[in-house]
Design a protein around this ligand. Structure first.
Ligand code: GLN
Length: 237
């Protein structure tokens, strides 16, 4: 099994590595651009997206991360990782935040409010249901979580969440944010796939349910096989 990189600048990278280990897969901490050459896929953990972006800038990782995504390598962003992967970010304190980009989504940071408004919710995720009739529900852990407000035509929605009206944006939201909530339907997107990119607004690495990690590993494997099979065989004389 190919090595999986886990961006280890900040946030829940240890938890992702532990989740991969439970599936018998080695997660490799990524802190330098050249380390990306040793891994076939990458997980960007949850944490704090502005801090992560600043550290990525500091370690000159942004060009290599953008290249990794553009080359079609499998990448999964959880929570802050989702924000970091998005093409557009709205919500409070987003000014000047560097993004990797690639994911054709508009993401609202801290959509559900501040830390104390963190919550868990049962999500319906048909993609996670097993052929043997295993459940399609997944308990999502949302911590200062973002939400996807708009997704482009190539984005496949894997899960959405019907926001109760009293949960629409936290109490610390600005007037600007409130305007967004009024214009937004009460259902928000919380998990998507777009080609080589997977993104979840919640934290599967903080649960013992490994299905999202298995889903990503299968996705990465399928992409790897496609890439290999599309190579034109070279005739050797
Ligand atoms: N809201 C956080 C941010 O903007 C993300 C929270 C998380 O990753 N748990 O980065």
């Amino acid at each position: 099994m190919a090595l999986v990189g886990v961006l280890a600048l900040q946030g829940s990278f240890n938890e992702h590595i532990a989740a991969l280990k439970r599936l018998g897969v080695k997660g490799v901490e990524i802190r330098k651009p050249e380390q990306l050459q040793n891994v076939a896929s990458l997980i960007i953990p949850g944490g704090e997206s502005t801090t992560m972006a600043k550290l990525a800038e500091h370690y000159n990782l942004l060009p290599a991360l953008r290249e990794f995504v553009k080359m079609g390598r499998p990448v999964w962003g959880t929570c802050a990782g989702l924000i970091f992967l998005a093409n557009k970010v709205t919500g409070q304190k987003t000014g000047g935040q560097e993004l990797i980009g690639g994911l054709d989504c508009t993401v609202h940071r801290n959509f559900f409010g501040s830390q104390i408004q963190s919550f868990e919710a049962e999500l319906s995720v048909p993609e996670l249901a097993s052929k043997e009739g295993g459940p399609e529900t997944f308990r999502g852990v949302f911590i200062r979580a973002p939400a996807i407000l708009e997704a482009g035509p190539e984005v496949q929605v894997l899960a959405d969440y019907p926001v109760p009206s009293n949960q629409l944006l936290g109490s610390d939201s600005s007037v600007e944010d409130q305007k967004v909530s009024v214009e937004t339907e009460s259902k928000v997107i919380v998990a998507v796939r777009q080609g080589n990119m997977l993104a979840t607004a919640f934290h599967p690495e903080l649960t013992t349910d490994s299905r999202w990690h298995s889903y990503f590993l299968k996705m990465a494997n399928d992409i790897g096989e496609e890439a290999t099979s599309s190579l034109v065989p070279v005739e050797v004389n």
